[in-house]
Design a protein around this ligand. Structure first.
Ligand SMILES: Cc1ncc(COP(=O)(O)O)c(C=O)c1O
Length: 436
């Protein structure tokens, strides 16, 4: 028997169990339509693609003049810690994002999650160091911080997402209290959970704030491939001062089963003796103690996918981006149909990219509400309180990525039935006044 208080504090933290709770709810209500899962649409999966991508990679390796023994060793043996497809990723980033990254500044990771973990491990040295995260925030980063005992400070988002003025105010408040804000994590493009994207002026202003207060920006670019042409550039593509660590993943732009992500870190570390060392090399050393190296087999599949699509993940995702955008429109149209002129205080945002949107309702949105919605109305969604969103007790996140357009429409109508019925239940104070 182990005693909980003798184990790491994260084990008793309810936020660590959020993913399991959602998975469990999905299993318990298999017939419910899931507007909760931030998973890619499975209609884009096909077994023969894995072979196809692998063949492209092998062909490319042979064209590079590598012999069968070398290629065999690459796929079967332990590989370089920083990855085998750094150059292909660097070329993709240039093509897709206009982001100039030297291959040696790229580290291939086991998903974005490992990238977050190793970056936090490296940057956060003592108890005064603070990681800023938007509120609401992606649970992957707050979960990694929890595991590493990294202090997190939420920065409340405005209607258009993270606001540089709020970042500035939070940094100043923390500094005045003797803390050291070290980095700000953000998803500037099609954020999870709100779906919001930052304007170009906001991005520039955040870079200026980062420079002024000497903090790093951890840019999570998980959903950027779904953004329409003409969207503002990645923070890293605007970064002239090495303020940004760019983090990407093939989970949404390829498929999650690959478990491939990457980071771009072009910063240098100054050592005590005055010499310097690339941060990317130090991060690779940290990684070596987490996953040793990322699977060379799945790297080859991911690399083959890039090669197959002319080194453009955006090109590989043209159909998917249009599909998800149409699903977002379908969800917004169904909400408008039900609540546009209902007189009920129900509102929602209308992101035009990514997987997510947020609905605000006039009642408490908690586990019990989710359970009732799944059991009695056959629809799952995610309470916004799971994303550490202060003041979001009456909000829920819809994910439109996993479903066909018809399922999205049906799911939103089921949700609307649930919301309408909840609104019709008299609140306690009303019941009290009726009794009185
Ligand atoms: C903001 C964000 N980053 C990253 C990921 C994916 O992480 P990984 O590459 O570890 O699957 C997700 C998936 O939900 C996400 O929402």
């Amino acid at each position: 028997m182990l005693t909980e208080h003798e184990l790491h504090s994260s084990l008793a933290d309810p936020s660590l169990a959020v993913m399991s709770f959602l998975n469990e709810a999905t299993l318990r209500f298999p017939d419910a339509i899931s507007l909760a899962a931030g998973r890619p649409y499975e209609g884009f999966f096909a077994l023969d693609r894995i072979n196809d991508y692998l063949s492209h990679y092998l062909e490319h390796a042979r064209e590079q003049g590598r012999d069968e023994a070398a290629i065999t060793r690459e796929l079967f043996q332990y590989g370089p810690t920083a990855g085998t497809i750094r150059e292909l990723i660097a070329r993709m980033l240039l093509k897709d994002e206009g982001l100039v990254a030297a291959p040696q500044d790229v580290v291939v990771t086991a998903g974005c999650q490992e990238a977050l973990l190793i970056v936090l491990r490296a940057l956060f040295a003592d108890a005064e160091d603070v990681l800023l995260v938007p509120s609401p925030s992606y649970t992957g980063v707050t979960g990694a911080a929890l595991l590493l005992d990294v202090s997190v400070e939420p920065v409340p988002e405005g209607p258009a997402g993270l606001e540089p003025a709020q970042v500035r105010a939070t940094v100043e408040r923390l500094r005045a209290a003797g803390r050291r804000p070290r980095a700000l994590y953000l998803v500037p493009e099609a954020s999870n959970p709100t779906g919001s994207s930052l304007s170009l002026p906001a991005r520039r202003e955040l870079l200026a704030v980062a420079k002024e207060y000497d903090i790093l920006l951890l840019e999570d670019h998980a959903y950027a491939v779904f953004s329409p042409a003409g969207s503002p550039p990645a923070l890293k593509a605007l970064d002239t001062d090495r303020r940004v660590i760019h983090i990407g993943t093939f989970a949404k732009s390829g498929f999650p089963g690959l478990r491939i992500g990457y980071l771009v870190a072009d910063q240098l570390i100054r050592r005590a003796d005055g010499s310097t060392r690339p941060l990317s090399a130090a991060l690779a050393d940290v990684k070596s103690m987490v996953t040793v190296n990322t699977s060379p087999i799945t790297q080859a599949v991911a690399g083959g996918m890039l090669l197959r699509h002319g080194l453009s993940l955006r090109a590989a995702n043209t159909e998917a981006a249009a599909f998800y955008r149409a699903n977002l429109r379908t969800a917004a149209a169904a909400l408008a149909e039900r609540f546009g002129s209902s007189g009920l205080p129900v509102s929602w945002n209308e992101p035009d990219r990514g997987f997510f949107m947020v609905v605000t309702v006039p009642f408490e949105v908690d586990d019990a509400a989710l359970e009732a919605s799944a059991r009695d109305y056959g629809v799952l969604w995610t309470p916004m309180r799971y994303f550490q969103a202060a003041g979001a007790e009456r909000q829920l996140r819809l994910s439109v990525s996993y479903l066909t357009p018809e399922q999205v429409r049906q799911g939103v109508h089921r949700l609307a039935d649930f919301i309408e019925d909840r609104c019709a239940v008299p609140r306690y104070e009303e019941v009290d006044s009726l009794v009185a």
